[in-house]
Design a protein around this ligand. Sequence first.
Ligand SMILES: NC(=O)c1ccc[n+]([C@@H]2O[C@H](COP(=O)([O-])OP(=O)(O)OC[C@H]3O[C@@H](n4cnc5c(N)ncnc54)[C@H](O)[C@@H]3O)[C@@H](O)[C@H]2O)c1
Length: 385
Amino acid sequence: MRKVLVLGGDGFCGWPTALHLSDAGYEVIIVDDFSRRKTDIELEVESLTPIQPLGERLRVWREVSGKNIRHVVITIGKEYHRLLELLVTEKPHTIVHFAEQRSAPYSMKSSSHRRLTVNNNLSATNDILAAIVESKLDIHLVHLGTMGVYGYGTAGMKIPEGYLKVQVEEEGRFVSSEILYPPNPGSIYHMTKAQDQLLFAFYNKNDGLRITDLHQGIVWGTQTHQTRRDEYLINRFDYDGDYGTVLNRFLMQAAINYPLTVHGTGGQKRAFIHIQDSCRCIQLAIENPPEKDDRVKILNQMTEIHRVRDLAKLIADKTDVAIAYVDNPRKESPENDLLAVNDQLLEMGLQPITLSDKLLSEVEQVAKKYSSRCDQRKIPCLSKW
Ligand SMILES: NC(=O)c1ccc[n+]([C@@H]2O[C@H](COP(=O)([O-])OP(=O)(O)OC[C@H]3O[C@@H](n4cnc5c(N)ncnc54)[C@H](O)[C@@H]3O)[C@@H](O)[C@H]2O)c1
């Protein structure tokens, strides 16, 4: 049985991915230090859905599926030797790396949040890469990056998957090359993801590591086929101003009839993917690794692009909730165009779930069901930059 380490496997994307891979027949080991749960204490918020402690989640998964997922508590980036020992002992075939601080607003709250995000994310990524080299094992690393590394302006062209073909004029002739798409991060969090790309390029060139970097869009939805199998397996749902992502926040706001908070004109275009598709894409990435001498494989892991105000209107029309245009707390263009390629995952067999398929069932089955757990004081985005 192929063995996969899921780093950050207690989080919003990591937990359903761990279950999805376990269900698909992989031996899964979760590594997590529960820093995300501790951040909830710091921010005085809770997931809208009542998530269980990891041990309880794993006990129930054993009961409903007959499959065992082990877990190890390691702070990646701080406990290098424990991570190395885990690799050498378990000899995983693939590592899926979710273990980073992933909120842009949180990363911009104060200098200590900036430093925490940089220290956590870059040390974690570098330690994983260094440990793979030191272990001398041929481990494929699958990392969750973000579409945000590209920035959100496209000069009228489709954003390619990671690499940009360029032609430079030199002494009257044109020289062609392919370079990493120039990063244009909009927050400290996105900046760490842009830096991760350089670490990957270096370790790939210098040490021959096999790496897939998934530039993921904003994930929406909550439940997957596996997390639905028992209420104790439920996934987390963040709606607060720091960790809540735009579409899930709208779904929850619609459920409690709270005017949908559109930032600025709502002219920002963003890329989206449903949580179920995110899990499926990760499985596809694991099963289609780069060859030994290939460069870093970069895939745009997103299925739809929407303008924020259009999304708000779509949900408002379906649910009769009002829209509130509020000051944009972020430093970003009020309007942007976004076009991006996602050919590789479609070619591997991804059949996207669309917003029109699932939107209302998410409002009814998740957001409305747990709406009594919502603390409305936590909805506004207070982190400004
Ligand atoms: N949620 C999204 O919409 C989205 C979109 C694009 C990309 N991503 C990427 O996917 C990854 C996972 O996102 P998520 O939404 O599941 O985040 P999350 O915060 O819910 O999960 C991350 C998990 O990693 C753990 N973790 C963090 N740092 C760690 C460390 N140093 N050592 C051990 N464990 C650590 C946390 O405790 C948490 O359980 C992130 O890297 C994020 O950038 C997420």
